[in-house]
Every structure is written in C-alpha cells, then in structure tokens.
Design a protein around this ligand. Structure first.
Ligand code: KIV
Ligand code: ZN
Length: 516
C-alpha cells in the first residue's frame, strides 16, 4: 500500500466510555466519564462513544452531560435496533453539537439463531427500522453488524445495502469475538467496498476485539483494506481481552506513515497523560511492557542497547518518547526548579490549580526532594489530590509482628484534626492485618476490588507504588500510594480511598478544561 498520494484521514472513534466502561473493573461514575470525555476531546479523537443511554439512568445522565459540555467532537451513543434504545439515544443527545446514533444488530448465523431467534429477513427488517428511526432524529447514523466476521459475506452485503438505503453514513464491521486474522479482515473490507451499493459514499469502520491478541494488527489490516474509521480504546480496555488500543494504532499509523499513507487528528504527545488519567480513574494500571504507555516502553537496560542508544538513539528507538508524552514524565525537581515547569506538567496531567494550591504543591514537591531525587508524575498527582482535598487521615508509623500463620499490624495515624490514633489488628497475612488495623482506626471499611503493587525506578530512588480500587454503591474509587516501603504505599493507597469516602464522596480536584 506504499504510495506518494496525500495521506487519507482515518477517523479515530474512541469507545473507552462504552465498550471499555462496560467491562469488569472499568466502571466509571458519571463525573469520571465526563472528565475522561474532556480528555479524549483534548487528545483529538474524532468520535467519542459516550455510552448506552438506555442501559441505566446513570449512563443516560452522563451522556447528556458529555453531549452538553464536549462541543469539539462528535458524540455517539449506542442503541440496539429497538425503538426504546434509539429514542433514549436521541433524548440524551438533544444538546450535542455533533450527535451520532450508533445502532446495531447481530448478523452471524450463531447470533441469529441462538441470540436473536431471527431469520435473515427479520434481521434486515430490524436494520431498516433501526436506521430509519435513528435518521429521523439525527443525520449522522452509524450501523454495526455485530459478529460481522462470522457472518456470510453475501448476507453482510445485503444487510449493509439495506442500512445504506435507510440512511446510514458509517458501516461498522465488528470482530465482536476477536476471531479474525489480518489477511482475512483486509480481504473482507476489500470485498465490502467493492460490493456494497453506495459503498463509495459511506465510511467503512473496523471494531476489533483482542481475544487472540490481534486487535491492533487486524485494525491496521482493515485500514489497508479501505477502512477509514477505527474503533478503539485507551489502554485497550473493553469486553473480555479488550478492544484495539488507541495509542498503539495511532502510533503505528504515525511511525509507519510512509507504509500506510494515512494520518489521524490525534495530538500524540497527549497519549501518555490520557492513558494515566484512565488508570487514575479506574485504579487499574497498564503492564510495564505495554507498548507506548508502559513504564518500560522507552527504558533501555541492557548494556548493548545502552551503548547503541548513546551513539545514536535510532539504533533501538523507532519513535521519540516525546512523541507520545514521555519527555517530561520524570520531572527532576531540584532546589532551583521553576514554578512554570511544575504548572505546565500538572496541566498536562489534567490539573489546573489556583495559585495558592500550586504554591503548596511546589513546596511539598521540593520537600520530597530531600528524600528522593526525582519527583514523578505519580508523586505530583498524589500531592495535588492531597492538597485539594485537605489533610484527611495520614500514616505516621506502622509496624508488623509475624506469628508464623498470623500477622499483627500496628498503625499510628494522624486523624483529620492532627490527633494521633493508635490501633492494631490481626490478619492471615501482612496486608490483611494492615487493612484491618486501618479500618478499625478510621472507622471506615470497604471491600477491595483490586490491589496491585509495582516498583518504580531503580537503585537508590526505587519506590513501591500501590494501586487499590473499591466498589462502593456501584461507584469505583481508586486509591494510590507511593513509598520506599510497599506496605506503607499500600496503607497510603487505602487511606486515599478512606479519605475520599469520608469527604462525602469524591469531588475530584478542579480539572483541566478542554485545550488547557
Ligand atoms: O463488539 C461489538 O460487536 C460491539 C458492537 C456493539 C459494535 O461492541
Ligand atoms: Zn465491541
């Protein structure tokens, strides 16, 4: 596909807030969805799929707020080919600047027989009804043939013909179960483009799941076959093994631009901050070796690699870390570091602070440099959140006594008024004992949904980072802690959640508006 023609634009359709958000562990509150929608718009995605409004009143309200506030991006919502779903989409999008209704029905023989109990003719009837009804509300209608990759090709063409005739502008071809291969999906897109009536006037779209680890490769192959929209998510979140990762797809198109001859509107230096914002919201970190946004993505450890890098970075780097937002990710704050640099880094991380808050964060960050050389993004986030929320419960000291099969944890905390509270509790391991002691001391208790510990950095500056998440009344709260000691990091993360709960449910710090 190498040619010198003007690059074709591939639209980036982000479904983190719909396909991603509906998967276990990634549920977000309405406020979190709105916050993340602003970040996606700032990143430059073309379409944000904001939710499935008929699935719950909470999702409806979140979509409605996103539609009202996010004005620079098309806002899409999902509906089955059911009148109630489509009407809910229309209502939720009433105030959107650029609304899109995305309606879908299953087309594969397996789904027709076992899920829908419908004949081919009935599937076509529902397609026409769904698309026509959606078109009565908005001009921009997308139609998806769920499980398209396991659908008979000829029938897929018939369904798409009906959708185009009914008024669909985008035809989405989902690999719902992550079953296809690059050669197969490329051939399917070529076939559909050649055979769907009016195919030149619509945008073909790929939506690939990652069950075989092929979602990004398959999406790129679909682009080679003529797809001009790809549906993807930040950090690759989504049903089961996830969707194609936006950051990987976009950087493949950018780094291999000469090969694919396509481009996107993504402001790639914002990729890392967007990925981290999602991790912060959900409490789920990406793996260290994750492409583009993992901690090791630009780390060179082996002597041979380091030697090559010192002579010429291109020996082992196919893109510059700055291209995806890594350049200042390790902010070295020394005694002479400037206020502007800290303010700028915080803005990139999604925080806009009042002057007094900024002064406080800078003072605390400088205090940190007494005990560590580098103040990381995580440290800054923790300082900002601590600062914005006030003191809350803090850890003064902790210790553990091991009795073989039981452990006793002793904690010395300072409460929000600065008074010391000392407590101890037993558990069948250090973490269980520690969390039990914290619960008894603070009077707050919750069930953890996830608990991860990572090590950050190497040598003298190595620190442990703990990430916890808890579900409380259908809302996920994420807590984070860093310390040289992983148990202390875990205690800080636990208190992070407890403090949010005590502050009458979280009010996130003031957030960066679109475009800063
Ligand atoms: O994977 C899928 O088929 C979907 C559709 C609803 C687009 O998410
Ligand atoms: Zn999907």
């Amino acid at each position: 596909m190498t040619n010198a023609a003007t690059p074709a634009r591939v639209r980036i359709f982000d479904t983190s807030l719909r396909d991603g958000e509906q998967s276990p562990g990634f549920t977000m509150s309405g406020a979190q969805k709105v916050l993340f929608a602003h970040a996606l718009a700032d990143l430059g995605v073309d379409v944000i799929e904001a939710g499935f409004p008929n699935s719950s009143p909470a999702d409806f309200n979140a979509v409605q707020t996103i539609a009202r506030e996010v004005r620079t991006t098309t806002i899409a919502t999902l509906a089955r080919c059911h009148p109630a779903d489509i009407e809910a989409c229309a209502r939720s999008l009433q105030n959107a600047a650029a609304p899109r209704i995305h309606t879908f029905i299953s087309t594969s023989p397996l789904h027709r027989e076992h899920k829908l109990g419908m004949s081919k003719a009935q599937v076509i009837e529902h397609t026409i009804m769904g698309v026509e009804l959606a078109r009565r509300h908005v001009d921009d209608v997308e139609f998806s043939a769920e499980d398209a990759l396991r659908t008979e090709r000829e029938f897929l063409v018939e369904v798409f013909n009906a959708a185009v005739e009914a008024g669909a502008r985008t035809l989405n071809v989902p690999d719902t179960v992550g079953y296809t291969t690059p050669a197969e999906i490329r051939a399917l897109f070529e076939y559909l483009r050649a055979n769907v009536r009016g195919g030149n006037d619509v945008v073909f779209s790929a939506h690939c799941h990652n069950d075989l680890g092929l979602a990004v490769a398959n999406s790129l192959a679909a682009i080679e076959g003529g797809a001009r929209q790809v549906e993807c998510t930040i950090n690759g979140i989504g049903e089961r093994a996830g969707n194609a990762a936006l950051e990987e797809l976009v950087m493949a198109m950018k780094v291999r631009g000469a090969y694919y001859n396509v481009d996107t509107g993504i402001d790639t230096p914002k990729l890392l901050a967007t990925s981290r914002l999602l991790s912060r919201i959900t409490g789920i970190q990406v793996q260290r070796n994750k492409a583009i946004v993992g901690a090791n993505a630009f780390a060179h450890e082996s002597g041979i690699h380091q030697h090559g890098m010192l002579k010429n970075r291109d020996t082992y780097e196919i893109m510059h870390p700055q291209d995806v937002g890594w350049s200042d990710s390790q902010l070295v704050l020394g005694r002479h570091s400037g206020r502007a640099a800290v303010a700028d880094r915080l803005r990139q991380l999604g925080y806009v602070l009042e002057d007094a808050q900024l002064d406080q964060v800078i003072a605390e960050a400088k205090a940190l440099t007494q005990t560590q050389h580098v103040v990381s993004d995580r440290d800054l986030q923790r300082l900002v959140e601590g600062e914005s929320f006030g003191p809350g419960w803090r850890i003064a000291a902790l210790s553990l006594t091991d009795y073989g099969h039981r452990t006793r944890a002793h904690v010395d905390l300072s409460d929000p008024d600065g008074r010391h509270v000392i407590q101890s509790a037993e558990g069948d391991g250090p973490v269980a004992a520690l969390f039990a002691a914290l619960a008894q001391a603070t009077g707050v208790d919750f069930e953890l949904e996830s608990y991860e510990v990572h090590s950050m950095g190497v040598g003298r500056d190595a620190r442990g980072e703990a990430n916890l998440s808890a579900r409380i009344d259908d809302e996920v709260l994420a807590g984070q802690g860093t310390s040289r000691d992983v148990l202390e990091a875990s205690a800080i993360a636990w208190l992070d959640i407890a403090n949010r709960l005590l502050r009458d449910r979280k009010v996130l710090p003031r957030l960066a508006a679109v475009n800063g």
